[in-house]
Each structure stands twice: as C-alpha cells, then as structure tokens.
Ligand binder design. Structure first.
Ligand code: FCB
Length: 479
C-alpha cells in the first residue's frame, strides 16, 4: 500500500510578490441552496432533511434554520448584480432537489425549476458562467423517510432528478457537478450525526457512502448521454498530516503514525476518489466496510458504473486533517475504522471555526491529486474562512475590514499558484462564499462571506476581502 500522504516534503512556496495565473484560469465564488435561498415553502418546494434537522432541538446552534437565510430566492437579481460588480467570472450554486421534485421522485415541479431558469438567464445577461451543483446536501425528506442514502433506490432517484434539471438548463449550462462532498453527508449525516439527517450508525454511513458514489456514476452517465460537456465531482479532500508534519513539513512520521495517516487518508479521500477515478476501492476501505456493514450493498457492476470519465475534480479545502497513532482510542464516529487514532488539535493559528490555517498543505495536496488521479483536472471549488467580522461605521452601510480573511485567501491562492508551477492541473478558484450564510450546524454565527449580510435587514455589504478579490481576479493574479 502506498503512503502517499505521509511521505515527501512540502515544496517551499508561498512566494511573496507577483503570482500570475495561467490564461483562462477561472475566478469566482460559490454558495449552496439551503445555505442562502430561504423561501423554504415557496412555489411548491418540499421539505428537505435540513428543514427537519434544523428543527430538531439542539441540532443547530441557537435553533437557526434556513427558512429565510439570505432570501436569495427573492433577491437573486440583486445578488447577480453584486457578483458582476465584484468582477466574478463564475458562480457555483446548487439546485435544491426538493424544489424540483418535492417528494424526491414524483413529477417535476415547474415553478421550482423556473427559479433556476431565471437565475441562469440573469447570470448569462451579466456574463457570469454558471457552475451547477446538483446536490449540496438537501435531500428531499420524503426520500429520507424511505431510507435516505442507505437505500440503493436513492441513487437512481438522483440520476432521474439530474436528467430532469439538465433537460431544462442544459442549453445554457456547460459545467455540471453531481455531488458536493459526499463524504461529509455520509459520515457527518449518518455517522457522527452532526449534520442532517442526524443518524449515528457506522454501518449506515459506510453504506450511504457507496450509494453516493453510485448516484454520482448514474448521474454522470445520464448527464453525458444528455450531452453535458463537463462533469465534475466536488470533494472535501485534505492532506492527512501528523502534528510533527504541521510543525515541520519534512518530518518523517514513525511507522504507527504513518499507518494512522494512511488509514484516515483511505477513509477521507481514497474511499471516494479511487472508485470514481480508478474504478477500485482501497483494500483498507473494503476491509473496514466489510467489518461494519458487510459487502452485500456493493453489487457486481457498481464499480464500473461509478468509474465514469469526468473532466474535473472539485477540491474544497479549508484545513489539513491532523492525526496520530493513539493505541486504545475508540473510533471517531465520522471515521468508522479509525480505532487507535487520535485527531489532535495543533498549535497553529485557527479560524473562527477553530480550523488550523495551513496553506502549504493545499499546495502539496493539489500536487498529490494531480499525480494520483491524472485523468481529471482540478478546480478549487471552495476555499475561504470564517472570522468574527466587525462592521465599522463609514460611508453608506460602513465597512468590514477583514484583513484576516484577505490574508487567508492570499496565502491559499499562493499555495494554488505554487501547485500549478509544480505541475498540478488546477483550472480555477472559487471562494467560499459569496455571502455570509447558514453555516449548517453552526447556524448564522459563522460568517464565511466576502460579502457581509445583515440578517435583520438582508443588506449586503462587500467586505474588504471582496474588493481585494475583485482586483486579484481582474489582473489574473496576486500583486
Ligand atoms: C463545506 C461545505 C460548504 C460550507 C463550507 C464551510 O464543507 O461544502 O457548504 O459549509 O464547508
């Protein structure tokens, strides 16, 4: 077994000064339906697992829900104008399945589809390229009631839904993403239970992960048959490092730590990308799946279905995953099979999410992905940071001097640039997020936007980081 994540040294990078990106590099921002749309009951939208989960006492900080969120459903035209003023060339958003098929599998709801139709037209008029994600975690509750992602049928329902959305938008949308971060919904949704649907069952999470991959493969087939020119899967992949490697990139872990890092890498990254891009499951993953859930849910032809040619892997990166060997440690519920492994905190600056800031790790990871999965290009589809923003008085609505966020984005863009210089095939960078929004279990308390949202008035205020990002995108590089 290769130890791809734990060997080798970080390139020395993060140069200061000018960093010019390749011609055609895509600059933009990303959002997700449940996090910004609101209008939870408008125009025939059905309930999703996040509507249910956010109403479960104690599930989301301060009992927040996405009922109103950024009210983007009604303010999309204003938001597209804002994107245009910020010079964004691309906008990644997700379609809410429960708007399109309110009960998950019945007839298409034309009024739900109309919203995305209007949004795509508005983007076209502003010259902004849409990147459509078909699933960013808002599963119709009706499907969860029938087993959710633990039910094989959900994968087939997803492919039907994907085809229906393509039939309506495919004349104007070229860039299609099947799923956003299947690992997160499988293992935080069905394993640790901190995300919807809030189940805590190791076997269910591993079965769900396989069904997500099947859903990706079936939808990729359907999209391709319908003529989609570019298909992407977006993953929350991150390098798995030991505390010693965070302090010193060249540190060589001992055998036990190397095994711990390799096992977690198999669970976090290779469990998803090996089947999709290589058509195989790592032996370590199969052994863990079999021990917890058996293998009867993995049917004979599944890997062939999952292994569809795709153009791009979308990389959502915030922080490395830090582990060390810790004999006797129970498994982390988000990582079934991680017995004997600790996930320690490390002594580096963190964001308001307590996520360590380690931009160099992004560089190394992009190089590794390009090397291990050469058949797909890469795009950074999410990167950004929550900080405790302060609105200061000034002209108009005031200012948000978010130098910490700008520094985070600058250092991570330098890491992307260094990876490209090193040979990684990275085609674009989408900042997370356009707007402050509903940050899942953290509610509205964690602000990731480059645009501040006053949730009482829905007023949008570009932060300093947004103005900085406009300049970077405009000159295709860092000054
Ligand atoms: C990612 C999600 C995105 C957002 C960021 C902070 O895992 O895809 O919706 O919540 O984290």
């Amino acid at each position: 077994m290769t130890m791809t994540t734990t060997r080798g040294t970080l390139p020395s990078l993060l140069t200061e000064g000018r960093a010019v990106f390749p011609d055609g590099f895509v600059w933009g921002a990303a959002t997700a339906s449940y996090q910004i749309e609101g209008a939870a009951r408008d125009d025939g939208r059905g309930p999703s697992v996040w509507d249910t989960f956010s109403r479960t006492p104690g599930a989301v900080a301060q009992g927040h829900t996405g009922d109103v969120a950024c009210d983007h459903y009604h303010r999309y035209a204003e938001d597209v104008r804002l994107m245009s003023e910020l010079g964004l060339a691309a906008y990644r958003f997700s379609v809410a399945w429960p708007r399109i098929r309110p009960d998950g599998s019945g007839p298409v709801n034309p009024r739900g589809m109309d919203f995305y139709d209007r949004l795509v037209d508005e983007l076209a008029a502003a010259g902004i390229t849409p990147y459509v994600t078909l699933y960013h975690w808002d599963l119709p509750q009706a499907l969860e009631d029938r087993g959710g992602w633990t039910a094989r049928d959900t994968a087939y329902r997803f492919a039907d839904y994907a085809a229906a959305v393509h039939a309506r938008l495919g004349d104007r949308v070229r860039h299609w993403t099947t799923l956003n971060e299947p690992w997160v919904q499988a293992f935080l949704g069905y394993g640790s239970g901190v995300h919807a649907p809030g189940r805590r069952d190791a076997a269910a999470s591993l079965v769900a992960a396989h069904h997500f991959l099947l859903a990706h493969g079936l939808a990729a087939q359907a999209l391709r048959e319908a003529g989609a020119p570019e298909i992407m899967l977006v993953v929350n992949t991150a390098p798995v490092l030991t505390p010693a490697q965070i302090a010193d990139a060249a540190a060589e872990p001992d055998e036990a730590d190397a095994e711990a890092a390799d096992r977690v890498d198999c669970l976090l990254t290779r469990q998803i990308l090996d089947p999709v891009l290589l058509g195989t499951y790592p032996a370590t993953v199969l052994e863990i799946v079999e021990r917890h859930a058996g293998l009867s849910h993995v049917h004979d032809d599944d890997l062939r279905t999952i292994h569809q040619p795709i153009e791009l892997v979308g990389v959502n990166y915030y922080s490395p995953c830090v582990v060390r060997s810790s004999p006797g440690e129970p498994a982390n519920p988000a990582y079934p099979g991680s017995e004997g492994i600790a996930f320690p905190a490390v002594e580096v600056p963190v964001t308001a999410m307590d996520w360590p800031i380690v931009p160099e790790a992004l560089s190394r990871h992009l190089l590794r992905l390009s090397r291990d999965y050469p058949d797909a290009g890469l795009m950074v589809t999410e990167n950004g940071a929550a900080f405790d923003d302060v609105v200061t008085a000034g002209e108009g609505a005031g200012h948000v001097h978010d130098d910490d966020r700008t520094a985070y984005l600058d250092s991570h863009l330098r890491a992307v640039h260094a990876a490209i210089e090193g040979g990684a095939d990275v085609r674009g960078y989408l900042v997370w997020s356009l707007l402050d929004n509903f940050e899942w279990a953290e509610g509205y308390a964690r602000r990731f936007g480059i645009v501040h949202v006053d949730f009482a008035t829905q007023r949008r205020l570009p932060k300093d980081s947004a103005l900085w990002f406009r300049e970077v995108a405009g000159r295709n590089g860092l000054a």
